[in-house]
Design a protein around this ligand. Structure first.
Ligand SMILES: Cc1cc2nc3c(=O)[nH]c(=O)nc-3n(C[C@H](O)[C@H](O)[C@H](O)COP(=O)(O)OP(=O)(O)OC[C@H]3O[C@@H](n4cnc5c(N)ncnc54)[C@H](O)[C@@H]3O)c2cc1C
Length: 471
């Protein structure tokens, strides 16, 4: 076992508990911070333990976009949506291979949760306008105005502290203490080598998945080992390791959120909004290779299969303006990832593409846009205008964002044992839990990651808070 995943389960008798609290939450990303707010609302004492010096997680690296149905922000914008539509879109994308009860529960809770975060805790969500992500039938993406998860994390951290949750940073949990099937506490390792044991009545695992652990990746997702990893190094797979040691049920371990557009060598994720606004991709041979509108997650593997695992985003000024609403895109522009030329020939030369082949591809795309021919890869190009000069290109590869497999949970986030019954005081939320994307990358619907972080965080924190408050 690598150092990264060296975590343990120990009998409670071996603990030397220095202090105690009611609910411990491991991890201060979206899942952990929302769980802490939710448990505080029940009146529970909450300690959040975060390995880093300040909260970040994959949440801070994300675009911070969360799908939700029936929110006040949607109502104000005149968008009609429903819990059933959202649940149906999630199931459709995952080909029905999901835990239906969890999908329904998350679809129902996420709308009211975003309203609660906005109204009760002043979290800066807006409704994302201007384009739709593949698979979402209506406008339902909500996110910080900067479209960056950094702002979401700092808002949530401020709210959690204001609500009275205690946040201990530089506090990496390496051991869970158990008695029978109950978790009695945890051991925290500090950067100076000291250790502290903390007793609790309920534990919420919110320490995300295993995309940052090469050993677990080579076991479950060996073909993604060479993909650009854009998630957080703290995604060490601790929840999975504890789950294995406890006899918990793990599910969908081959599922992950990939991304088919990571600028290289800059290693910056380029918003799929470019593809949804009329952009397309070609490989080094100047040829298209997959339908860009199926979803960005499964597109990562398509890109990785191209010569030298390389491809190019091709778009224009109009798409560029859409991209400029995204923090990551602006960062990529600043880093010099964008190539722009007044002509297609000039762009092909600047990107090192075979000019004739690229022009042929572009001409074909023009026929698809005009409705004169059908794209053999299955994309409907007719909904957006043809690209116009000046033209843009970005050299990209396929990326791994976070894993979607994890601890199987009930619809409130309580962890299941192998065999199906539930641990009495253990919950999991976000990347620590099994996702809602089915068993593979192609089932990931945009926003599934934060939807289950925030939705399960809300549910798990609430139930854990209620459980410890029972007389
Ligand atoms: C580039 C990128 C863009 C993305 N964009 C989106 C998007 O727009 N919408 C969307 O829905 N999803 C997106 N995602 C996915 C999304 O970021 C994740 O699904 C989500 O952030 C998971 O939240 P979390 O709270 O479970 O984990 P995290 O945010 O990763 O938080 C887990 C925390 O646990 C801490 N931790 C881990 N182990 C321990 C331990 N043993 N002790 C103490 N602390 C520990 C970590 O340091 C970390 O802070 C994106 C991901 C990436 C990488």
């Amino acid at each position: 076992m690598s150092d990264m995943a060296r975590v343990a389960i120990e009998p409670a008798e071996r603990a030397e508990f220095g202090f105690e609290t009611e609910v411990i939450v491991i991890g201060a990303g979206a899942a952990g911070l929302v769980a802490s707010l939710s448990a505080r609302e029940q009146g529970a004492e909450v300690v959040v333990l975060e390995r880093d010096a300040s909260p970040s997680g994959s949440t801070a690296l994300s675009s911070g976009l969360v799908p939700a149905a029936g929110t006040r922000l949607q109502a104000e914008a005149g968008v009609t949506d429903s819990v059933d539509w959202l649940a149906e879109d999630i199931r459709l994308k995952a080909h029905g291979l999901v835990d239906d009860a969890v999908v329904q529960s998350l679809s129902a809770v996420i709308g009211p949760t975003l309203d609660w975060l906005v109204e009760r805790h002043a979290i800066g969500f807006t409704l994302i306008d201007g384009f739709s992500y593949p698979g979402h039938r209506v406008r339902r993406m909500h996110g910080p105005v900067q479209r960056s998860g950094r702002y979401l994390v700092s808002d949530l951290e401020r709210a959690a502290r204001a609500a009275g949750a205690e946040l201990l940073t530089s506090a990496r949990v390496d051991t869970l203490f158990v008695r029978g099937d109950r978790v009695e506490g945890v051991r925290v390792a500090r950067p100076d080598g000291s250790r502290e044991d903390v007793r609790c009545k309920a534990l919420v695992l919110a320490c995300c998945g295993f995309a940052g652990n090469r050993e677990l990746l080579s076991r479950y997702l060996p073909d993604m080992l060479d993909a650009a990893f854009l998630g957080h190094s703290g995604n060490e797979g601790h929840a999975v390791r504890w789950g294995e040691l406890l006899g918990a049920e793990l599910a969908d371990m081959q599922s992950f959120q990939g991304h088919g557009s990571v600028a290289i060598p800059h290693q910056i994720g380029i918003s799929w909004a470019l593809m949804m606004s009329g952009g397309y991709q070609v490989n080094r041979l100047g040829q298209r290779f997959a339908n860009e509108h199926r979803g960005y997650s499964e597109h990562a593997r398509d890109v990785l299969k191209q010569p030298q695992a390389l491809a190019f985003d091709i778009f224009d000024e109009r798409c560029h303006q859409v991209g400029m609403a995204f923090d990551h895109y602006r960062e990529a522009a600043k880093a010099g990832a964008l190539v722009t030329r007044p002509t297609l020939e000039g762009l092909a030369e600047a990107l090192g593409l075979p000019v004739d082949e690229f022009l042929k591809t572009h001409e074909q795309v023009g026929r698809f846009v005009a409705g004169e021919a059908q794209d053999p890869l299955g994309r409907n190009f007719t909904t957006k205008p043809a690209l116009a000069a000046p033209y843009y290109g970005i050299r990209i590869t396929g990326g791994l964002y976070h894993t979607q497999g994890g601890l199987a949970v009930d619809p409130q986030g309580r962890v299941r044992r192998q065999g199906g019954d539930l641990f009495p005081n253990l919950w999991a939320a976000g990347g620590a839990a099994r996702g809602i994307s089915g068993p593979a990358d192609r089932g990931y619907l945009a926003g599934n990651g934060l939807m289950s972080a925030i939705g399960l965080g809300r549910l798990a924190g609430r139930e854990a808070g209620q459980a410890v408050r029972k007389p």
